[in-house]
Design a binder for this molecule. Structure first.
Ligand SMILES: [Zn+2]
Ligand SMILES: [Zn+2]
Length: 160
């Protein structure tokens, strides 16, 4: 079992409450992630069960606002501020600090874009958190040294 305590991620035992909700033995928590200009997107503007959330600026054709994502990988809670998210809408995802668009890694299987949040400030696509820009698409993955990180059937974090 690899436990990585590297920039951007830590694994530690799941608090009981979350463990019961998510059936996970261990949590992968995003502790920091960056825009192309190196701004940290993890912010205590939004806190989920004691963990600072990932705060992104989002735009639709008509509106803009902020979305906070649960930093616990695998948990899908998100909160929006100042914008009403409509089901299936595609969002433009920007850094709240500098307003730069976060780069697209690839196309999601829903037809949306997988947006890249860099896990270190080297802007390395092989160390990144990818999230779909479609409201209600739950596709998210972590690439760590280019391997996809996941939870196995018993809820432990694993690679590959
Ligand atoms: Zn920025
Ligand atoms: Zn998608």
């Amino acid at each position: 079992m690899i436990r990585f305590d590297q920039s951007g991620m830590m694994i530690f035992p799941t608090p009981e409450k979350i463990k019961r909700a998510a059936k996970l033995e261990e949590l992968i928590v995003i502790k920091q992630c960056f825009c192309p200009d190196g701004h940290n997107l993890v912010s205590d503007q939004a806190v989920f069960d004691g963990f600072s959330g990932i705060v992104l600026k989002v735009k639709t054709g008509i509106d803009d606002g902020l979305v906070a994502l649960n930093p616990v990988y695998g948990l899908k809670h998100r909160i929006s501020f100042g914008i009403k998210l409509r089901k299936d809408e595609l969002l433009e995802v920007l850094c709240p600090e500098c307003g730069k668009a976060l780069p697209v890694y690839s196309t999601c299987n829903c037809g949306g874009d997988l947006i890249t949040l860099f896990l270190d400030d080297k802007h390395d696509f092989t160390n990144s958190l990818l999230i779909c820009n479609r409201v209600d698409c739950n596709n998210a993955q972590i690439r760590f040294h280019n391997e996809v990180v996941n939870y196995d059937d018993s809820g432990n974090a694993m690679f590959g």
